[in-house]
Structures are given as C-alpha cells and as structure tokens.
Design a protein around this ligand. Structure first.
Ligand code: AMP
Ligand code: ZN
Length: 479
C-alpha cells in the first residue's frame, strides 16, 4: 500500500516495524464540547485507514487518547483552558463535562460507523506516565524549570521543525496565535510539559508531582499514552492537519528526546472540512454536528459517503447542496441493491469477484483513494455478473467503507414486504385486487363493457386505475 507520509512529504510503500502488525495512534477529541462534522471527517478517514489495513490482513492495534486536561485554547500553551471554559459555560465540573462529551463523541462515532479504537485512554488516567517521562526529559537535559512550570527545550534538538512544509512566519504565528508570549520560555518554540503556575487559579484538576502540584501540558499526553500502550515504536500516527504543528511536532520532539531513537514512521494527516465562510471550529460557537444533520433528516452515513467521495489530503467544502448529492447517490445505490435482492437466487462468480475486488484494492492502495473506491461500487453494479456476485462484493467493500449499503437494502426489502402484507390483510385492498383481476379476465375475454364497468365502479369508490406495461396499478384518491 502506498501512503503519503507528512514526515517525508512523499507517497511511500507502507512497511510496518513488525511484519503483519500495525501500531496506530490517533489524537482523540478534546471533550469540552460536541465534536463538529469537521472533527468527524478526520475520524472517518482514519477509520477507513484502520479498516483497510485490517482488510488487507494486518493485525492492527489502535490507541486513542481523550483530552480531558491540559489543552489550552491556543495549541501553543496560552489562552484559556478548554475544559474549564466548557465547565464554566455549562455550570458543571470538568469531569462532568468530560464524561458527557466523551459519551456524545462515541454516540456520533457509532452513528457514523466509526469503530472504537482498541484502547481509549483519558489523559487523566495516565498522569503517572506523564510524570515519569517528564522526569526522564529533565534528567537528559531536554527540559527545564522556569517560573514554576516545566518546559521542553527545543534548542537541544538537531531539528525541531520536522514537517518542513511550513513557512517560518507561519510557524511563528502558530506559536503565538495572537496571545501574549510566555516570558518563561528560553526559546519561542519551547512548550510546557507540566504547569504548576498558570493564570487559572480555579484549575480544578491538579496532581502532586516531583515538580509541584499541577497538571500536564497537552502535547505530553499523546506521546505517553502511545508509549504506554504501543511501546517505543509506532507505525502510524493520525490526526487532522492542524495538529501537525505544533502538537505533532512537539510529540516527536519529546518522544524521540526521551527514547533516544526514531519513534513514529508514518504521519497521516487529514485535511480540513471547511464551510464557505472558512474553517469549522468548536471555539467559534455555531458549528455543525451529526445531531443537527439528523434533525434535518439526513442519515449520518450519507455524511460518511460525502467524506469518502473526496481524498483525505484535499480540503473539503461542506454545503447542504453537496450533502444532498451524496444522499441521492446513497439512495440510488441502495435502490440498485434492493433490485438485486429481488432477483432470483444466483451463485457468486469467483473470477468476477476477484477482478472487481482488485479494482477496489488498487484504489485504496493508492494513498487511500476513497473516491475511486466508491467508483468501484458503481463498477460492480454495472458489471456483467450475477446478482449474488454484486451483493457479495458490496458487502465485502463495506467492511472498509462502512456505509451499511446491503443492510439498508435488506431493510428496504423488509419494509416493502411488511407494507404488502399489511395491504393484503386490508379488506378494501383485497376487494380492489379482486376487481382488478376480474377486469383483467374480462379484457382477456374481450368483454370491454364489463372491464369499463369495473373501472367505473372502482372510480366511484375513489380508486383510480392505471394500465402500465407491468400490469394494472391503482391509486386511492382522498374523497
Ligand atoms: P480536537 O477535539 O479539537 O482536539 O480535534 C479533534 C480532531 O479533529 C483533531 O485530529 C483535529 O486535527 C481535527 N480537526 C479539527 N478541525 C477540523 C476540521 N475543520 N476538519 C477536519 N478535522 C479537524
Ligand atoms: Zn495528540
């Protein structure tokens, strides 16, 4: 499989450290508010990556953190504490907010068919690990104490800016983000590992540590949680593109300084979902959620299809018009599958199955080209093969795409059957059907007067007949 690696800025053959096994880490949500559909774009694309790696035979272990402490409103350790801000907004404690929005996040994931990672670790459950790694960094001279806080000293590294596709002035903006600079830092890029002194006197969550009572910085949590559950070498680290700097840059700095060797080989970054008015963000107040889409009548899996229709490394613009197009595409595929389910039983043609599956894999092997993998669904539907082959292929692709296409078609078939059953037990419907049969027999016997009389009799009762090539249909008109 070829995967674009942000670290080397090229597509590379994916080779894990240990043959057949993949260790994958994902930056989880900061649980101070609902996830917006931009956040969920990242998690959908990461889910497809995980599922595809499993599909092609890898034994994947995926770990995700839940950020419930330490994330300030500027990623560069300044500004307000996001969790405190959420707690204040809702007059609740930080832990209540964290529990509520963690559950809400996983509810959204469930609706979007995003698999829960093998390990989900809240940052507050790993404070001992943070302290141990910070102590190690202090011992090795990569960290220093200033003004009561512990900082990582970026000047001790040969190379700090590893994702080189940033311009120096953008990095400076990233570090400052318009908020006043922390005068304790020796270098502008240094970042906090442990806060004891902060401007938040009301900081709720604090732990005792060798550096004083305080709380961890945001960046240290991902390095430590990854090392705790996945060991010293990571194959793939995922996240949204905004996390590349400073968050992932800082993760690499502290992990490699602590371990003394390379930590993670592949960096998978999902580009942003934007609206016409710009980037979607939790802090900007109004934002789009899965529940909002549902309240407008959209199936969350239509949003998943919308995401899969474009490449993860291109930014994507959300509009209801685009979502409507995805809904139409989704419904069309389900209708085609429903028609296949109604065909007489057939056998799976193995040769056709393998050839069409090869197209699907070729798409995803090419840097997870999900839009081409969706095209592979249409190729299956158009192919000259048996209905059983088509249904088997689409069920198989769905192990990766997670669109529930065949189950949706089966549900539609069941509801059609239930509607037909309900109609046949209605005496009025039974009478109409008997009259239609009688009229057909009269027409066959060329007794057109009787046929017309039956039509008129039914019309009197509000039943309008329509002769179509598929037989006579009827409509009951409201009187
Ligand atoms: P947060 O909850 O803010 O820590 O973000 C959770 C994930 O969503 C991170 O991987 C972010 O990089 C990602 N993310 C944030 N905004 C967007 C966006 N507009 N589009 C796609 N991913 C995003
Ligand atoms: Zn992270």
């Amino acid at each position: 499989m070829l995967l674009y690696n942000s670290l080397t800025r090229q597509r590379e053959e994916f080779v894990p450290n240990e043959p057949g096994k993949v260790k994958m880490y994902t930056c989880g949500p900061t649980v101070y508010h609902y996830a917006h559909i931009g956040n969920l774009r990242s998690y959908i694309m990461e889910d497809v990556l995980e599922k595809y790696l499993r599909y092609i035979g890898y034994d994947v272990t995926r770990v995700m953190n839940i950020t419930d402490v330490g994330h300030l409103s500027s990623d560069a350790d300044t500004g307000e504490d996001k969790m405190l801000k959420g707690a204040r907004r809702e007059h609740k404690t930080v832990m209540e907010i964290a529990k509520f929005y963690t559950d809400a996040f996983f509810d959204d994931c469930k609706k979007l068919n995003i698999k829960t990672p093998d390990v989900v670790a809240p940052a507050t459950s790993c404070v001992d690990e943070f302290i141990r790694v910070i102590e190690g960094l202090l011992e090795k001279g990569f960290a220093y104490e200033a003004g009561g806080n512990i900082y990582f000293d970026t000047s001790k590294l040969k190379q700090y800016y590893v994702f080189n596709d940033f311009r120096e002035e953008d990095l400076e903006v990233g570090v400052r983000e318009g908020v006043e600079e922390d005068g304790n830092k020796r270098n502008k890029a240094d970042f906090v590992l442990w806060f004891t002194k902060s401007k938040f006197d009301d900081q709720e969550l604090k732990w005792d540590s060798p550096f004083g009572v305080g709380y961890p910085g945001w960046h240290i949590e991902c390095s430590c949680i990854s090392m705790k559950y996945l060991g010293e070498k990571l194959d793939i680290h995922c996240g949204g593109i905004d996390n590349a700097f400073p968050h992932h840059t800082n993760e690499i700095a502290q992990s490699e300084a602590y371990l003394g060797h390379k930590w993670c080989n592949y960096w998978f970054h999902v580009h942003h979902l934007n609206t016409n008015s710009g980037k979607m963000s939790k802090s900007s107040g109004e934002f789009l959620t899965v529940s909002l889409l549902e309240s407008k009548g959209y199936n969350p899996l239509v949003y998943r299809l919308f995401c899969l229709q474009s490449h993860y490394r291109k930014s994507l613009v959300f509009s209801y018009e685009n979502l409507d197009n995805a809904a139409a595409a989704y419904n069309k595929i389900v209708a085609r599958l429903l028609a296949l389910l109604k065909e007489s039983p057939s056998e799976v043609d193995r040769a056709a199955f393998d050839a069409l599956k090869a197209n699907f894999c070729a798409a995803l092997d090419s840097d997870l080209n999900t839009s081409l993998s969706v095209t592979a669904i249409y190729d299956v539907l158009k192919a000259d093969t048996t209905p059983a082959t088509k249904l088997a292929l689409i069920e198989d692709f769905d192990r990766v795409l997670g669109l529930d296409l065949v189950p949706a078609a089966r549900r539609a078939l069941e509801s059609e059957k239930a509607a037909a059953k309900a109609a046949s037990s209605d005496p009025f419907v039974a009478e109409i059907e008997a009259k239609i049969a009688e009229r057909a027999a009269a027409k066959k016997a060329k007794d057109y007067a009787k046929a017309d009389a039956i039509r008129a009799e039914l019309l009197e009762k509000g039943v309008v007949l329509e002769d179509t090539p598929q037989g006579t249909k009827y409509k009951i008109e409201a009187k």
